[in-house]
Design a protein around this ligand. Structure first.
Ligand code: LCS
Length: 398
């Protein structure tokens, strides 16, 4: 079985890590162990499995071979010690909060992160005495200013959804560790093909695997990947009781997705670079945010250090603001008007009225999510077809 071998490149790990031909019949594709429970040979063996003195499976909420293949695959891709697959990205986020934060603890997070990842702390975990401050984590001075003696977790999304602000993971790791806290990074927007936060000092990485990792808009899922086994064990114990674990069939579908992850990410990124360049030169466009178009020298250097590409998400605003944005959303034909991202199909959406609508307008504006911001998740279609669709939509506005 291909494991965490440093000599293998991401393209190879995507296809092979965590997966060996099936031991029973040699099936090349991973078998789906669609079972809720596992038979013991004897009472003694059952007791030993529960006691943890003998390896082997017990019950699918507490582990399953198909799910384990996905966890090993993603742990290898992120360069981690171990992983936990979850029923959704939000199950990964909430299991992390539930394990690492308690009464009186404080969290510092990226203001512009995916709305629900922030809202669940402000609305729900606050009922149990968890406090939070949300800042532009791309500015280390803002992180330092938000810090308190009881800060236990620094939670960064980089680049952020949907503003594409980039945070220095290594600098955040140094700061958090020097102050007795952990650093978690949501790596959904880039995937391990383009960014590996654990290598820059993060303690855990999480993904909505619904996005690039699965890549085919047919599964909702999540994963947590850990630099060290001790933290994996802590979250694992909580996940097994909270119950947000993945299903074997879900894991199998995601394993199909990971095989082509590197290919899809690169193709989508090429397309995105073409569309971002086109948008930034179009008279109907007010501004474009895309890591590949960054002009600030310090941020450019950070992007070169931390990311092996700009990814395939673009945020932009039209000169006509919200109204023009609405007309574009209704005017494109090939691009699909839908939330989510990271799939083979290009999706277009309006965060202020869709993905980030539950946030207050004040918090949205504070996080850079203007009323007219349009988010594009560029897929793997032909670049010329995408450009023609966008051109048709924009030309109708000027
Ligand atoms: N983290 C990020 C960065 C996300 O974009 C999302 C979902 C999640 C976590 C939560 O993952 P889920 O539970 O949905 O698997 N982002 C969405 C978006 O931008 N549009 O629809 C969902």
């Amino acid at each position: 079985m291909v494991d965490r071998r440093d000599d293998l490149n991401p393209d190879t790990l995507c296809i092979h890590a965590g997966q060996a031909p099936d031991s029973e019949f040699g099936a090349v594709a991973p078998p789906i162990y669609q079972t809720s429970t596992f038979a013991f040979d004897s009472a003694e063996q059952g007791a030993a499995r529960f006691a943890g003195t003998q390896p082997g499976y017990i019950y699918t909420r507490m582990g399953n071979p198909t799910i384990r293949m996905l966890e090993d695959n993603l742990a290898a891709l992120e360069g981690g010690a171990a992983a936990l697959a979850t029923s959704s990205g939000m199950a990964a986020v909430s299991t992390m909060y539930f394990t690492l934060l308690g009464q009186g603890d404080h969290l510092v997070g990226s203001a512009g992160m995916y709305g629900p990842s922030r809202l669940i702390v402000e609305r729900d975990f606050s009922r149990f005495g968890v406090k939070s401050t949300w800042v532009d984590t791309g500015d280390l001075e803002a992180v330092k200013a938000a810090w308190r003696p009881d800060t236990k977790l620094l939670y960064v999304e980089t680049p952020t959804n949907p503003t594409l602000a980039v945070t220095d993971i290594a600098a955040c790791a140094r700061w958090a560790h020097a102050h007795g806290a952990l650093l978690a990074v949501d790596n959904t927007f880039l995937s391990p093909v383009l960014q590996q936060p654990l290598k820059h000092g993060a303690d855990l990485v999480l993904h909505s695997v619904t996005k690039f990792i699965n890549g085919h808009a047919d599964v909702v899922g999540g994963v947590l990947v850990f630099r060290e086994e001790a933290l994996w064990k802590r979250l694992r114990a909580v996940l097994f009781y909270l119950g947000g674990t993945m299903d074997p069939h879900q894991a199998w579908l995601v394993l199909r997705g990971t095989k082509t992850l590197a290919l899809r990410v690169r193709k989508a990124q090429e397309n995105a670079a073409a569309l971002a360049g086109f948008l930034s030169n179009h008279p109907a466009v007010e501004w474009v945010r895309f890591p590949g178009l960054e002009t600030d020298p310090a941020k450019r250097a950070l992007i070169a250090r931390q990311m092996s590409g700009p990814g395939s998400l673009i945020a932009f605003e039209l000169k006509g603001g919200l109204e023009a944005g609405r007309r574009l959303l209704d005017g494109v034909k090939l691009m699909t008007l839908a939330v989510s991202l990271g799939g083979v199909e290009t999706l277009i959406q309006h965060p202020a009225s869709m993905t980030h609508a539950a946030m207050t307008r004040e918090n949205r504006l504070g996080a850079g999510i203007t009323d007219g911001l349009v988010r594009l998740s560029v897929g793997c279609e032909d670049a010329a077809d995408l450009l023609a669709d966008l051109k048709r939509g924009l030309d109708g506005l000027v």
